[in-house]
Design a protein around this ligand. Structure first.
Ligand code: DLL
Length: 432
């Protein structure tokens, strides 16, 4: 562990620490952020009324719209001259969401990313190829700081320019790569296409995140790049990458949330009531130690579940893989559908590639979804193609309960990640 004292803190002590931190945080935002003071007052709540972390549900929930309404610095808890960095995430419409960091916050950003990289298998002295975007996006600089804190050499490549990435991967021989899972797929595919032999790369660990992904993609990337791939989760509003991370030896059992800094809850998306361990709902996070722009109960919109892993190396709670964002959820004839649900079904059909898109269109008053999925390179007879199509449609019907049309696409025809996040949904409803 990078920080065994904290990562292995016995639960009782962790709760005590969280309680102290939550109370201090409530006072801090009450004193410094008019937005929160107003919310407290509206609810007849004063920070002195809180006894500990068990009272967290008394605090107001913060939504993305609150960040937009307070654009750019309205939620900041410090005078502007104490801000040391500003990140922003571009929304699909209008103004971006802005996050400010103090010097202390940047220390924290490095710490949680160092922990994450270590859990992902990275060690001091290794080299890390960082293909997350540098800039207003938190991925590049966040992971970069973590690697330096851990004592690694960073190659700050940023996203894109795949030719150059492949050259540097062969010449510098980094052990660790950090990028989105969809970009790791792109790299794996190019390595294969160009006949770059396994010995030409020295990769051992991939720390992948910033978008939902499944075991299908993991298997694909691990085989293609010859590494162990783990999940890193985070969001700009909370800090960026490094909110949660999977351990490389505990893959598939969820990602540890660094609970001494980020307190998680799972809420029912309709009632906002807390849900017990193991139940899917919206992940809500409270920043227990941030100074620049601390957030109380931030509604991430990400759907997952939480559970403690008694057999795990660390004491902190684990979050399951994100099924999708609540706003990526399609509702088709009353049935909820996330792209990742289709992805796991595609995985079981070896003739299909894990490159797919859900195409949403309008048919009369109703929304309609079709799945486009790529075939492998082996040419198939018409009857085989028809069988393949029918097979996937049947699987979707059996597992998801929807009749969805499937279109088989030629190899290479579905868009690939060129470095950043990849959307699996093509929405034709708005733009014809
Ligand atoms: O994506 C931060 C990040 C950078 C995380 C690099 C991991 C690696 P945003 O651009 O603000 O920040 O997007 C945050 O991306 O609410 C999720 O919906 C999604 N997301 C991030 N990590 C994962 C993951 C960065 N591991 C939004 N699995 C979040 C699924 C993820 N979704």
């Amino acid at each position: 562990m990078f920080n065994p004292d904290m990562e292995g803190l016995p639960l009782e002590k962790l709760r005590k620490l969280q309680s102290e931190r939550l109370i201090a945080l409530a006072h801090y935002v009450y004193e410094r952020v008019p937005f929160y003071r107003e919310r407290f007052e509206q609810q007849g709540l004063h920070p002195s009324m809180l006894r500990g972390i068990a009272d967290i549900a008394r605090l107001p929930i913060t939504y993305k719209t609150d960040l937009r309404d307070q654009y750019p610095f309205g939620l900041s808890a410090v005078p502007e001259d104490q801000i040391r960095r500003i990140h922003a995430s571009s929304g699909t419409t209008g103004k971006p969401t802005v996050v400010v960091y103090t010097a202390e916050d940047l220390e924290l950003f490095a710490e949680v990313n160092a922990r994450s990289l270590y859990a992902g298998g990275a060690r001091p002295g290794m080299k890390m190829h960082n293909a997350y975007g540098y800039g207003l996006f938190t991925g590049g600089l966040g992971i970069h700081a973590g690697a330096e804190r851990l004592g690694m050499a960073v190659v700050p490549v940023s996203g894109g320019m795949t030719d150059r990435q492949l050259m540097l991967l062969q010449d510098f021989r980094p052990e660790v790569i950090c990028c989105t899972p969809s970009y790791a797929q792109t790299l794996a595919e190019e390595v294969d296409k160009r006949g770059i032999g396994r010995g030409a790369l020295n990769l051992k660990f991939g720390v992948l995140g910033a978008e939902p992904w499944t075991e299908t993609v993991r298997a694909d990337v691990e085989a293609g790049l010859g590494l162990v791939a783990t999940n890193i989760y985070g969001l700009s509003e909370i800090i960026g990458p490094g909110v949660a991370q999977e351990d490389w030896e505990e893959r598939g059992s969820g990602s540890y949330i660094w609970e001494d800094h980020f307190f998680p809850e799972i809420l029912d998306p309709d009632t906002c009531e807390p849900l017990p361990e193991g139940h899917d709902g919206v992940l809500v996070l409270t920043t227990l130690t941030k100074k620049g722009m601390p957030l109380l109960r931030y509604w991430t919109n990400d759907i997952c579940s939480l559970s403690y892993d008694k057999g795990g190396k660390r004491t902190h709670i684990k979050m399951s893989a994100i099924k999708g964002r609540a706003d990526d959820m399609l509702i088709i004839r009353g049935v909820n559908l996330f792209p990742t649900q289709v992805e796991v079904l595609i995985r079981d059909i070896p003739e299909l590639e894990p490159h797919y898109q859900l195409v949403v269109s309008k048919k009369g008053a109703l929304d309609r979804v079709d799945v486009r999925v790529e075939m492998g390179d082996t040419p198939l007879e018409i009857t085989q193609l028809e069988g393949l199509r029918a097979h996937l449609m049947q699987k979707i019907r059996d597992n998801i309960g929807l009749h969805i049309d499937v279109e088989l696409m030629p190899p290479g025809s579905i868009p690939r990640s060129e470095g950043g996040k990849l959307s699996r949904i093509l929405d034709l409803r708005r733009n014809g």
